[in-house]
Design a protein around this ligand. Structure first.
Ligand code: C2E
Ligand code: CA
Ligand code: CA
Length: 658
């Protein structure tokens, strides 16, 4: 299942469950509120009725008393005002009785009507008769009527009936209130039961879905964690997780007093394999290397891919020899070619080793020291496995100091061009000067390029250095009387510098040096490191009219293939073929072949390292067009160029150079 769909399904389930839960909660709350409001409304109505019932009772009994009293007073006094008062109260008691019968339950009203109402009617009739008698002055009759047993009985019946009626009504209202309460309690209980069932169901659903979601998320989390901690190509731990492992290991080893070794390995030739065979084969090599390392290491430690072509291994051992033997086993394991159906390639390895705790007690420092040892092993021709030594730190310090001095030297003009003539063998005329940098160090004296060019390369100031010496050389050679060319050396890594061509163009524009008198010399290692970039640079330079030469020809990997692919103007035969050429038959053959190749492919050929007249004569004889070497002149500072030219070309008129 795809991780994306797992996440979507899990979140959809969780969302559905939450929605259901919300809906359920909504229903329960609505029922509860509705029921609560209903009960409140009912209670309110019943209570209103109760209040009215009490009020009506009071009204009936009070009106009755008023009627009786008015009738009695009329009978006693014979005053008509009491009759009027009586008359006023009759409708009041009628209204109250009518209203009471309206709000009372029908059976109660019917009972009141049949048992009591007649008493009221009789009382009213008797009182009216008494009033009438009183009005007519027959007070005695009026009193008699009102004092009669019938009147008293009727009165009692009315009072008793009214009280019973009202009590019945109140009782009825109270039972209704209780009923409403019972109903409410029932609805509430039902809501509670259903709510509980619904709640439990929802909870179960929610928990089940959340469990599923959790499982899905955990699976994804594990996958992501694995990916984050491992290299996707080789499946080994990556740099990040190795660092974590190292930190943990360091802590436990410090606590337990155990030892371990760090082996940092660099795969040699991977870049070349990538360039020549493609990245698929490069990936195959990395995967196979990882497999071989893992199976050699077994359970003895941890291994990880540390960089593009770097592997690292933590070996749990206190035996330094075991670590060195393991490193050698790694290197030897790569001697067996790596192949797929169509390709078979061979890689190599350099290994740097540091030990805990003897070299360092800190993880970063251990890695740094293994890296220092690795760097040493890369340049060491005698061994591919190098163990860290404190002298490496001293060398590093020295390098750092020298680097700072070189930056300062570059700023203050201590790095200057020296010039070595390249001579036309036929005419013996100087045709070109190769620019060879020198560092005129105020304390250390004259430093040769081999001692500071690699430093300039590794510290990233080679670009500035190149343009500085070019600028100075352009000015010097432009001031010479002839139309000499100059040849500029470009370091391999500058092939990748996109600003190089622009910088060169800037200098020749600034100094007014004609581009067709400028040559750029590239060594084969530059082509191997990045053929595509080399092609780009060469064609850009040629578009500007600048010529391109292949330097140190014959010392590289597969010169002939480059010659056919890249449009060089010149090849410079490496001085290792020239210097002892006359003593070695094979060298004569090689030099002869290169010259023939140049002739047939249309390259100009220069022989480097010509130290004797015999060398020059021989080269001329076999048709080599140009030569360069101590025989003609050593690399010369600008101020001595005039003298050199005078010596080499006595016939030519030379202006003194300041
Ligand atoms: P290269 O480009 O092969 O330069 C020729 C080297 O051979 C020079 O060494 C030169 O002095 C030496 N040489 C010339 N004729 C003879 C000879 O007859 N016999 C012997 N034994 N040696 C001879 P140098 O000047 O020490 O330069 C060494 C290398 O440093 C150069 O080799 C070049 O690759 C590099 N280099 C010099 N200047 C620069 C620079 O400005 N930039 C870059 N990137 N590299 C430079
Ligand atoms: Ca050169
Ligand atoms: Ca050379």
């Amino acid at each position: 299942m795809q991780s994306g769909s797992i996440v979507r399904q899990a979140t959809a389930k969780a969302r559905r469950s939450v929605l259901l839960a919300l809906a359920g909660a909504g229903v329960i709350v609505t029922v509860f509120l509705w029921q609560h409001m209903d009960r409140a409304a009912k209670e309110h109505t019943i209570l209103d009725c109760l209040v009215e019932a009490y009020q009506l009772t009071a009204d009936i009994l009070l009106s009755d008393e008023r009627l009786t009293m008015s009738a009695l007073m009329a009978a006693e006094t014979g005053k008509s005002s009491w009759s009027e008062r009586y008359a006023k109260n009759v409708p009041v008691i009628d209204r109250a009785i009518k209203r009471a019968m309206e709000i009372a339950p029908p059976e109660l009203s019917a009972k009141f009507d049949s048992d009591t109402r007649w008493a009221n009617d009789e009382l009213v009739d008797m009182e009216k008769n008494a009033l009438k008698a009183a009005e007519e002055g027959d007070i005695e009759i009026a009193r008699k009527i009102l004092d009669s047993d019938t009147y008293r009985k009727n009165k009692e019946t009315l009072t008793l009936g009214t009280t019973k009626f009202v009590e019945g009504m109140i009782g009825n209202l109270k039972s209704e209130l209780e009923k409403a309460d019972t109903h409410a309690a029932l609805v509430f209980s039902l809501a509670l039961v259903f709510g509980a069932i619904g709640g439990v169901t929802l909870w179960v659903l929610l928990v089940r879905n959340l469990n599923k979601s959790e499982a899905a998320f955990l699976e994804i989390e594990n996958r992501v964690r694995h990916l984050a901690g491992h290299d996707a190509l080789t499946g080994l731990a990556n740099r990040h997780s190795f660092r974590e492992k190292l930190a943990t290991k360091l802590k436990s080893a410090t606590d337990s007093g155990t030892h371990f070794a760090i082996l940092l390995m660099d795969i040699k030739g991977l870049k070349k394999i990538n360039d020549l065979k493609g990245h698929m084969i490069g990936d195959l090599v990395l995967t196979e290397v990882a497999q071989r390392f893992s199976s050699i290491l077994g359970e003895r430690g941890h291994t990880a891919r540390f960089g593009d072509d770097e592997f690292v291994c933590l070996l749990e051992t206190s035996d330094k020899n075991e670590a060195i033997a393991l490193a050698e086993e790694f290197v030897t394991s790569l001697e067996c070619p790596i192949s797929d159906d169509d390709n078979s390639v061979k890689a190599g390895a350099s290994v740097g080793i540091s030990f805990f705790p003897s070299d360092s007690g800190q993880d970063e420092d251990l890695l740094r020291k293994a890296d220092l040892a690795l760097r040493k092993s890369k340049t060491d021709v005698t061994s591919n496995v190098v163990q860290y030594h404190s002298s490496m730190d001293e060398e590093l310090e020295e390098r750092t100091r020298l680097e700072a001095e070189l930056r300062e030297g570059l700023r203050s003009g201590q790095v200057v061009p020296y010039f070595q003539p390249i001579v036309d063998l036929e005419t013996e005329q100087v045709e070109c000067f190769e620019i060879l940098s020198r560092w005129e160090h105020p304390v250390r004296g004259l430093i040769p390029p081999d001692d500071f060019i690699p430093l300039a390369e590794s510290s990233g100031i080679i670009g500035d250095l190149t343009l500085n010496v070019l600028r100075s050389a352009c000015k010097t050679v432009k001031a010479l009387p002839g139309d000499f060319s100059i040849a500029l050396n470009i370091a391999p890594q500058q092939i990748q510098d996109d600003w190089l061509v622009q910088g060169v163009l800037g200098v020749i524009t600034e100094t007014g040096f004609p581009p067709e008198r400028l040559e750029v010399e590239l060594v084969e290692t530059a082509l191997v490191s990045d053929l595509a970039a080399a092609k780009r640079i060469i064609s850009s330079l040629k578009n500007l009219g600048i010529r391109v030469a292949l330097d140190d020809f014959g010392t590289g990997y597969s010169s002939l293939s480059y010659l056919s692919e890249l449009p060089f103007d010149k090849i410079k035969i490496d001085r290792s073929f020239i210097s002892n050429m006359l003593q070695r038959e094979e060298n004569i053959k090689i030099v002869n072949a290169i010259i023939g190749l140049g002739r047939s492919l249309g390259f100009h050929t220069v022989a480097e390292g010509v130290e004797t007249e015999m060398d020059a004569d021989f080269l001329r004889k076999i048709g080599c067009p140009s030569a360069q070497g101590y025989y003609y002149a050593k690399p010369t500072p600008a101020k001595e160029l005039g003298a050199v030219l005078k010596k080499l070309e006595p016939a030519r008129e030379h202006r003194e150079i300041a």
